[in-house]
Design a protein around this ligand. Structure first.
Ligand SMILES: [Zn+2]
Ligand SMILES: [Zn+2]
Length: 265
C-alpha cells in the first residue's frame, strides 16, 4: 500500500493522535501519499429537531474548526514535502438541504478532494436514520442508495467510502437490485468504491461480502481506504492481505493504488 486517502483527526471527536503523528507514521510505513478526509463540518439548516443537531454534530468537526484543520495540514505539507505528499480532503455526507451550502462553505479553503461516507439519512427526518443499524427494510436501503447516487451525481465526489455501510438483513435479491444501482451509477461517473480496511480489521458488518460479490459481477474501480482513526490504524497487514485476496480473486474489480481527484470547484 502506497497511499491512503481516508485519514481522520481528533477534530471529529472519535479519533486520536495528532496530525503530525499520522504523517510520521505514514512516512515510516513508506506511503508516498497521505490524504486526510476527516468528517466534514456541516452547515445544518435552522429549525431541525435538537437531537439531530447533536447526533450529526457530535461525529464531525465544528465549522469553526475548519481553519485549524486546514492550516495544520498546510504546515505539515510544507514541513514534510520531501517525504510525502499530503492531501487535504473531507469525508462528507450528502444531505439535500446542506450539500450546496457545504460546497460554498469549503470554497474558501484549499480543499483537494471529497469522499462520500453516508452514515445518516436526510437531516430533517425525525428520528434521524442511521444507516449502520441493521434493517430489512427495502425503503431504507433504497433511501441510502438514492442519497449516495445524488452524491455521485454531484460530480464532486472522488470516491465512495464504505459503500456497503448499510447493514441490510433482508432478501438478497432486493439487496442486489438496490446495490447494483449504486455500483452502476459510480461506474457511469467514474467514481471508485472503497474497500474499507477499518471495517475489515474490526470485523464490522462491512465490508459486506454480498456487496463485493455484486461488485465483482458488474465490475468497478476499487480503492483501499484504511479509514484510520488513530495512527496505528494506517496499516493493518492482516486486513490488507484479506482485501488483496478478495480483489485478486475478482478479475472485474480494478484496484487503483493512487486516485485522481474530482475537482470541487
Ligand atoms: Zn469516523
Ligand atoms: Zn471515515
Amino acid at each position: 500500500m502506497i497511499a491512503n486517502y481516508h485519514t481522520h483527526t481528533p477534530r471529529c471527536k472519535h479519533a486520536s493522535g495528532s496530525e503530525r503523528e499520522f504523517v510520521e507514521k505514514a512516512i515510516e510505513l513508506g506511503f508516498s501519499e497521505l490524504g486526510f478526509a476527516d468528517h466534514a463540518p456541516m452547515p445544518l439548516p435552522k429549525g431541525l429537531h435538537p437531537t439531530n443537531y447533536i447526533t450529526i454534530g457530535e461525529m464531525r468537526m465544528a465549522l469553526e474548526e475548519t481553519d485549524g484543520y486546514v492550516n495544520t495540514l498546510l504546515d505539515l505539507r510544507k514541513e514534510y514535502e520531501r517525504d510525502i505528499k499530503i492531501h487535504i480532503g473531507f469525508e462528507t455526507e450528502y444531505y439535500s438541504s446542506c450539500f450546496d451550502n457545504f460546497l460554498s462553505f469549503i470554497s474558501d479553503y484549499p480543499i483537494d478532494y471529497l469522499i462520500l461516507g453516508q452514515h445518516f439519512g436526510e437531516v430533517e427526518t425525525v428520528p434521524l436514520t442511521y444507516y449502520g443499524a441493521q434493517t430489512s427494510s427495502e425503503e431504507r436501503l433504497a433511501g441510502y442508495v438514492d442519497l449516495v447516487i445524488k452524491g455521485i451525481e454531484s460530480d464532486k465526489i472522488t470516491y465512495v467510502a464504505h459503500p456497503d455501510l448499510l447493514a441490510y438483513r433482508g432478501d438478497i435479491n432486493v439487496y442486489e437490485r438496490q446495490m447494483s444501482r449504486l455500483i452502476r451509477s459510480a461506474n457511469e461517473h467514474r467514481v471508485p468504491l472503497e474497500l474499507n480496511l477499518f471495517g475489515l480489521f474490526e470485523l464490522r458488518h462491512y465490508p459486506n461480502l454480498a456487496f463485493w460479490q455484486i461488485a465483482s459481477d458488474i465490475g468497478c474501480d476499487v480503492v483501499f481506504g484504511t479509514d484510520a482513526h488513530s495512527p496505528d490504524m494506517l496499516l493493518k497487514p492482516t486486513a490488507l492481505k484479506y482485501a488483496e485476496k478478495l480483489v485478486e480473486s475478482s478479475p472485474k474489480l480494478n484496484l487503483l493504488e493512487k486516485i485522481q481527484f474530482k475537482p470541487i470547484r
